[in-house]
Design a protein around this ligand. Structure first.
Ligand code: SF4
Ligand code: SF4
Length: 197
């Protein structure tokens, strides 16, 4: 029996744009799902990486720009490293995120944008990520001052958190990069922290 797959409404040639932005040939994907099986957030996402690749191949644009995995993805690049076809799936994620923001389709949930800003701010100020400053920025913005405090001594003991700022970073160069690129990726609209920023 023949199976018909209906082509969904395309977001103005999204497939073409993603391929141009990422340099990835999506048609090379043969759905082995190795990317999904290694992805640390795939079990939480409604549309895991392999499914995203399939939907992208079918040019189901509108849906993809609203995919939850775009804002759950931690850019670990495991998917790219595991792909037997050498497809840079993480670059596809980046391209989709960029297009979602540009088209106003970005809808990250909860405090994800706030966390993102707290992380980037510490990199901008210290030249590298600085856990204590990032945690302070996130907690002040979210108002969740006491959440997860019981984990702090454990993480400290296991040296997962550095108390002192990072050394050796070229702060001036990093700040210059931030200054030059700030206009390229504005923070997603529509989500504000408690301070209304
Ligand atoms: S880069 Fe994103 S999509 Fe790829 S494995 Fe990591 S979290 Fe999953
Ligand atoms: S690992 Fe590569 S080939 Fe396999 S499903 Fe993922 S993108 Fe496609």
């Amino acid at each position: 029996m023949a199976i018909t797959i209906a082509k969904a409404k395309s977001a103005r040639g999204l497939l073409k744009q993603v391929q141009e932005l990422s340099g990835v040939d999506v048609s090379k994907c043969y759905q082995c799902k190795k990317c999904t099986s290694g992805c640390p957030v795939s079990s939480l996402a409604k549309c895991p990486p392999s499914e995203m690749m399939r939907r992208l191949h079918l040019d189901m644009g509108e849906e993809l720009l609203h995919s939850d995995i775009l804002w759950m993805c931690v850019s670990c690049e495991t998917c790219s490293a595991r792909c037997p076809m050498g497809i840079d799936v993480a670059a596809v994620m980046d391209a989709l995120r960029k297009l979602a923001v540009q088209r106003g389709a970005a809808r990250p949930e909860g405090n994800v944008p706030l966390f993102n800003r707290a992380f980037l701010k510490t990199v901008e100020v210290f030249g590298r990520t600085y856990d204590m400053a990032m945690i302070a920025g996130y907690k002040l913005g979210s108002g969740k001052l006491l959440a997860d405090t019981e984990k702090f001594p454990i993480m400290l003991k296991k040296r997962k958190i550095a108390l002192l700022p990072p050394h050796g970073a070229d702060r001036r160069t990093v700040r210059r990069i931030f200054k030059k690129t700030k206009h390229v990726a504005p923070p997603p609209s529509g989500v504000k922290n408690k301070a209304g920023q």
